[in-house]
Design a protein around this ligand. Structure first.
Ligand code: FAD
Ligand code: UDP
Length: 389
């Protein structure tokens, strides 16, 4: 084991949150970092690999990089070139594959022309062309035609998908979850409108490899932090391999786990992926097709569309949401925090407790219990680095 006197920082978790901070400490401060990661690879949920058929797969579900933050795009572009890709999603509604987010094209695909004309006019009049409106907001309109439309979209696009994905109804979640996929009063069929979008040309794993290539960074894979770190909750001290660690600890695992579930467990949602490889060039029209109403799965991803890979065969993943259970190896990845009032309240208790540990910084989807996108955790990692360097 590394001589601990030469470790200046310990980071738990090698996803984007941990890796950005590690990269900055190693390259800018020229200080030594140890990353402790319980999986057998770096990259967290953004990890990708070539499967046995040579297809580049995102192991933990489809990851499209998109941001409006120029400094984040510039930062990550130091480690990769881009395959310029604009994400498109279709959803099966009443037997037709229509654009998701539901937009004017979806409207015309599903409604008779005259009615679609009327609804378009009313949408534009009420909200304006080019505007995005959350389904929860659209449901509050008085107009009876728009009310009919919002009930239809709520039922056919959001209700069943959300119940599959989260086990609860749309209105039980924080409104920001439905706002991620608004009704878009536009003909723009893209899933995101961010200025910068793409997929790392050689995959995400290469990005992480380059970010973590400085010899100042040591990585301990296959290691749960509890195997090497002990926390004295009374004295607020951290022990690494039995010796007091006086440097800073950046913790990007689940915050409730850090505190040994003192206030109870924070709920997470997990996923299961079923993979299929077929001897044909393409399986579906676009990278992702959502199935809000049929089947138990929520979506099918065909990775080649996103990566631009050329091959005679193709691999898809079928995504099944499931309950999280940290004791079951099939269900023990906390893919999503569940943004819901009572969970946020519980998280706030942990956040308050965390303030007592002035040398521990909690970061990321799990450390901050937030439904962050990649660009947001990178942005936060850069901010935290600048604050504490
Ligand atoms: P993570 O990537 O989860 O990394 C945390 C790391 O901590 C993990 O490697 C974990 O193994 C490790 N860890 C946990 N507990 C311990 C422990 N006890 N000991 C040691 N290590 C531990 N974002 C986008 O911008 N675009 C997308 O298209 C997109 N698609 C997504 C699709 C899915 C299905 C999911 C689940 C997420 C998606 N995201 C997307 C979000 C993106 O995955 C996250 O923003 C990002 O991975 C967060 O990084 P992180 O480092 O905070 O967390
Ligand atoms: N959603 C839905 N129907 C869809 C797409 C999304 O109901 O066709 C809801 C669902 O609750 C989902 C949320 O919107 O969890 C956010 O969707 P997003 O595509 O951002 O989810 P992610 O890619 O993060 O899993």
């Amino acid at each position: 084991m590394e001589n601990m006197n030469v470790i200046d920082y310990i980071i738990v978790g090698a996803g984007f949150s941990g890796s950005v901070v590690a990269e900055r400490i190693a390259n800018v401060l020229n200080r030594k970092v140890l990353i402790v990661e319980k999986r057998n690879h770096v990259g967290g949920n953004c990890y990708d690999y070539f499967n046995e058929n040579g297809i580049l797969i995102h192991k933990y579900g489809p990851h499209i990089f998109h941001t409006n933050l120029k400094h984040v795009w510039d930062y990550i572009s130091q480690f990769t070139e881009w395959y310029y890709y604009q994400h498109k999603v279709l959803g099966l509604v009443d037997g037709k594959k229509v654009c998701i987010p539901f937009n004017l094209n979806s409207l015309y695909d599903l409604f008779p022309l005259k009615l679609a004309n009327l609804l378009e006019e009313k949408l534009v009049l009420n909200f304006g062309y080019g505007k995005k409106v959350s389904i929860l907001k659209l449901r509050n309109v008085e107009d009876k035609d728009l009310k009919m439309l919002s009930d239809y979209v709520y039922e056919k696009v959001f209700l069943n998908y959300t119940q599959k994905q989260w086990g609860i109804r749309p209105e039980e979640l924080d409104p920001s979850v439905m706002e991620r996929v608004p009704i878009y009063i536009s003909r723009d069929d893209r899933y995101f409108q961010d200025i910068y979008q793409g997929i790392p040309k050689e995959g995400y794993y290469k990005v992480f490899e380059r970010m973590l290539s400085n010899p100042n960074i040591k990585i301990l894979l296959n290691t749960d932090f509890k195997e090497v770190i002990e926390i004295d909750y009374e004295e607020r001290k951290i022990y690494f391999l039995g010796k007091e660690f006086k440097g800073k600890l950046i913790f990007t695992g689940p915050i409730d786990e850090f505190f040994n579930y003192k206030y109870g467990k924070l709920p997470y949602r997990s996923l299961r992926f079923e993979y299929k490889t077929m001897e044909k060039e393409y399986y579906q029209e676009v990278a992702v097709v959502n199935y809000p109403n049929e089947y138990e799965f929520t979506r099918i991803t065909e990775y080649k569309h996103m990566t631009g890979q050329k091959s005679y065969n193709t691999t898809i993943s079928i995504e099944y949401p499931q309950e999280y259970d940290e004791k079951d190896p099939e269900k023990n990845i906390p893919f999503y925090p569940i943004p819901k009032k009572e969970n946020v309240k519980l998280y706030k208790k942990y956040e308050e407790k965390a303030k007592e540990f002035s040398d521990v910084i909690f970061l990321g989807r799990l450390g901050e219990y937030r439904y962050y996108n990649m660009d947001e955790v990178i942005n936060k990692g850069l901010k935290i680095f600048n604050l504490y360097k």
